[in-house]
Structures are given as C-alpha cells and as structure tokens.
Ligand binder design. Structure first.
Ligand SMILES: [Zn+2]
Ligand SMILES: [Zn+2]
Length: 202
C-alpha cells in the first residue's frame, strides 16, 4: 500500500470546486504482501505476507481534488468512487509521457476517495525520483490537455472493462483492484466539465 502526504502546496488553481495542485509530498510505500500467481494463466495461488520497513520518498506531485457534489453530478455512487478514481489515476500515469518527457516507470500515483490532507477525493501523480524530476510539474502545467487526453484514451479503448492499454497498470501496488473503466470516464468528464478543460492552456 502507498500512503501520500501533502508537505507543501506550491501552486494550485480551482475550477468550480475541482482544484488542481502542484507541490511537495511524502510518499511511503509499504509492501505488506504479494500475490503468488500461476505463470501464464495469472491464477492467484496465494498471498504471501512481507515484513519490510516502509520506504519513504520526498518528491513533487501534481494532484487534483474532486468534491462530493461533482462526484454526485457525475452519477457516481460513493461505492463507485475508489474504482473510478483509481482507473483515472492509472490512465493519467500512462498518458503523462505524452506531455512530459518521461517513462511511466518514472512516475507513480495514488488515488483515494477521501484523502486526510485534502478532505476530498484526490488523485495524485508523483515523480518517482527523490526531489522530483519535473514530470509532475509538467503535468500541472498541461493539466487540462493531459486529463482530456486521459479521458479520451479510456473512452476510445475498445476493451469492455479495462485493459493494459487504458486503465490497468503493470506496477499497481493494489493488484489493479478496484478498477472501474466506465466510472473513470464519468469521473473525468465531471472533472473537466468544471471549466478545467478550457482554463489552463499553459
Ligand atoms: Zn482498454
Ligand atoms: Zn493502482
């Protein structure tokens, strides 16, 4: 599991409730267990607990917060929010390399239906290098285009419930669960409809 804390907000802009921010975060990765899978079929054979110290990373992140009213307008039930936000996070990680010169392995993400620092549903995408490497900052600067491209990539993918081309991530710490492809499109439509889509062109 990955825990992320906001240390300092350096920049932010709000659009009818949705706030896009850039700043310093502490990311703590605690690998608590891993799934043993059968090679080929991917069948889960069992879960092995691990007892490792948490790894900590102070870096830069871009994040956006989505208030409950916007989630309701998107037609998302509270139970749908974790899967929708998680799928939107994965797809955003996959699309950031089009806007920042990075590889998806250079960045990480965390999504949560209720983050203790923001008090709202929050999606973070952070630089995987200590101190940050400019990728999250680029994501912040190109926020509107990046999230629009993320939404379009999910919506146009021909799979039915999500695949590695859209919302699945090869490095998900949660075994790609939960993921809600259709919910992610509604989630991002609602986020972009706040005016974010046309606001930041920088
Ligand atoms: Zn897909
Ligand atoms: Zn994940």
């Amino acid at each position: 599991m990955t825990d992320i804390r906001v240390v300092e907000t350096l920049r932010s802009a709000s659009y009818e409730g949705v706030t896009l921010s850039f700043g310093t975060v502490d990311v703590t990765n605690q690998v608590v267990s891993f799934l043993r899978k059968r090679l080929g079929s991917g069948e889960v054979l069992g879960e092995e607990p691990l007892d490792l110290p948490p790894r900590e990373l102070r870096t830069r992140s871009v994040w956006y917060t989505v208030p409950a009213e916007v989630l309701t307008q998107a037609g998302l039930e509270w139970a749908d929010v974790p899967g929708a936000a998680h799928a939107a996070e994965h797809a955003a990680i996959g699309l950031l390399p089009l806007f920042a010169t990075c590889d998806r392995w250079d960045i990480g993400g965390v999504s949560t239906a209720l983050h203790e620092d923001t008090g709202e549903c929050t999606v973070f995408v952070y630089d995987g290098h200590p101190g940050g490497a400019g990728f999250a900052e680029r994501g912040y600067a190109r926020g509107a285009a990046w999230l629009q491209a993320t939404r379009d990539a999910i919506a146009s993918c021909e799979c039915t419930t999500g695949c590695p081309s859209c919302v699945q991530s090869p490095k998900c710490g949660n075994g790609n669960e939960p993921l809600d492809k259709a919910g992610a499109v509604r989630f991002l439509d609602a986020v972009l409809a706040t005016g974010l889509a046309t606001a930041s062109a920088g």
